[in-house]
Design a protein around this ligand. Structure first.
Ligand code: AMP
Ligand code: ZN
Length: 466
């Protein structure tokens, strides 16, 4: 069995055959760093992270690159609003992106190339395109000549004639053709710029990704991923710019993630339903959010709701619970067939990374395992070990939805309840003059930083140190 998944380029489920045996070269479009990233971006980043990890689960070595777009109109606008250099905005939010990715349990990419560190390569790429007749210069701007690339539209399945109709309205009169797009933008006052053979300027967004992906993964690489808003024009243009220069296929498989909406509406600041990843991860453990995302297939839209997140929290406790119970169980006789479940899990995931079906298998397994673990016979040690190992590889390593250590955190309610219980036992002990026991409780609590105070209204407790 091998992995097969939906390839936007062919519009079919294609069997994955890597360029180099046992290796996956994968690029995912990263953030434009002008603000904190939101829970929609987070969905794309988490899904890409899980696909990368699933390839590893299946024995591949993965080279995973994610760019950081650190020069762009939005960054420049934000910098001008705040009266700071655009590099300051970019650095602040690039740093925040890396921190928030870690909070989301997203494994760091092998490389995070930045557009501003790739300017020389971008310039040489554009020079190559001009030499080949695939690009032209007008007053310090460079445009890609779409008519030089007959396959234009093959990813998005758009026809140049149709695009032309739409583009004509706001077209730049200096372009040969309305669909041509900018590779290099000449410097405007107040904008950061770099020297180039065409004068001072900065690269267009699409060319950055073409150059950064090829620089680090080769002219032809395996997988290019991103949110489905990027199919056109971003990814279409990436293909044109890359293949027009090299004459070779660019990315072989294209993966696109469905969008996240909130309460069935598009998330937007003006509608007041906009959440940063940072806000959500303060309220919910990353594992719960990841599990919530993964319950929907990566290509489907995801309707984000608070209730959905709460339900994910409850569901996840079952997985975490059995994982913790396995670490604690010490005896038992009954065997448990983990292997069959692992095969079914793998079949589900091999079929277009079907995470909801994968979880379906895991939950069925956990239900059966629980019945044995907590039943009269208990589960034998080899089965317990195999089960824990499989849960570790699937739920810790691939999905990042359960934690190594117990995730059970004592809520305030539980702590209050436990403290009241101890206080009642101590009061009881004192009534019966069992001084040793009552002292034991008081001293023991003192040692962990909790002081008891006997007042007229009963015994109170307080935390004296963290
Ligand atoms: P950006 O910083 O806007 O370039 O977006 C970074 C990544 O997040 C890209 O792959 C986008 O396609 C993706 N993305 C943006 N908005 C959403 C959304 N609402 N749901 C899912 N993915 C998104
Ligand atoms: Zn990109």
């Amino acid at each position: 069995m091998s992995i097969a998944f939906y390839n936007t380029l062919t519009r079919t489920i294609d069997e994955f055959k890597p360029l180099n045996d046992g290796e996956v070269r994968m690029y995912c479009c990263g953030p434009t760093v002008y603000d904190y990233f939101h829970i929609g971006n987070a969905r794309s980043f988490v899904m890409s992270d899980v696909i990368r990890r699933y390839f590893e689960f299946r024995g591949y070595r993965v080279r995973y690159v994610m760019n950081i777009t650190d020069i762009d109109d939005k960054i420049i606008r934000r910098a001008n609003e705040q009266g700071v250099p655009s590099s300051e905005i970019a650095n602040t939010y690039a740093e925040a992106f890396l921190q928030d990715s870690t909070r989301f349990g997203i494994r760091p990419a092998d490389l995070y190339p930045r557009a501003t560190e790739t300017i020389d390569d971008i310039i040489s790429h554009i020079e190559g395109l001009i030499e080949k007749g695939a690009a032209y210069v007008v007053d310090g701007d460079v445009f890609f000549r779409v008519s030089s690339f007959p396959e234009y539209g093959k990813l998005s399945r758009k026809k140049v004639e149709d695009l032309e109709m739409g583009a004509r309205v706001e077209t730049d009169a200096r372009k040969e053709h309305p669909v041509d797009f900018a590779l290099w933008k000449s410097a405007k006052p107040g904008e950061p710029s770099w020297d180039s053979p065409w004068g001072k300027g900065r690269p267009g967004w699409h060319i950055e990704c073409s150059v950064m992906s090829q620089k680090h993964l080769g002219e032809t690489f395996d997988i290019h991923a991103g949110g489905n808003d990027l199919i056109f024009p971003h990814h279409e243009n990436e293909i044109a710019q890359s293949e027009a220069l090299t004459g070779h296929p660019f990315a072989r498989y294209w993966i696109h993630f469905g969008f996240l909406n909130i309460d069935n509406e598009k998330m937007s600041k003006s509608l007041g339903n906009f959440f940063t990843a940072r806000e959500i991860v303060e309220k919910y453990p990353a594992e719960v959010i990841r599990f919530y995302y993964l319950q929907t297939h990566y290509r489907s839209p995801l309707n984000f709701t608070q209730e959905g997140l709460e339900a994910a929290r409850t569901g996840l406790q079952k997985l975490q619970g059995v994982y913790d119970a396995l670490a604690e169980a010490t005896k038992g006789d009954a065997g448990f067939d983990v292997h069959t479940f692992e095969q079914r899990f793998t079949a589900a995931m091999d079929d277009d990374f079907n995470t909801p079906a994968g979880f379906g298998v895991l939950f069925e397994m956990v239900r059966e395992a629980n019945a044995i673990l907590h039943g009269p016979t208990g589960m034998d040690a080899p089965s317990r070990e195999r089960l824990r190992d499989f849960l570790h590889r699937s739920c810790v390593q691939v999905f990042g939805v359960i934690r190594e250590e117990s995730a059970v955190e004592a809520s305030d309610e539980i702590v209050d309840g436990l403290m009241q219980l101890l206080i009642d036992i101590r009061t009881e002990a004192r009534k019966e003059k069992q001084w040793a026991l009552s002292d034991h409780i008081r001293d023991g609590l003192k040692e962990i930083g909790i002081a008891l105070e006997d007042t007229r209204d009963g015994t109170k407790w307080k935390i004296t140190s963290e």
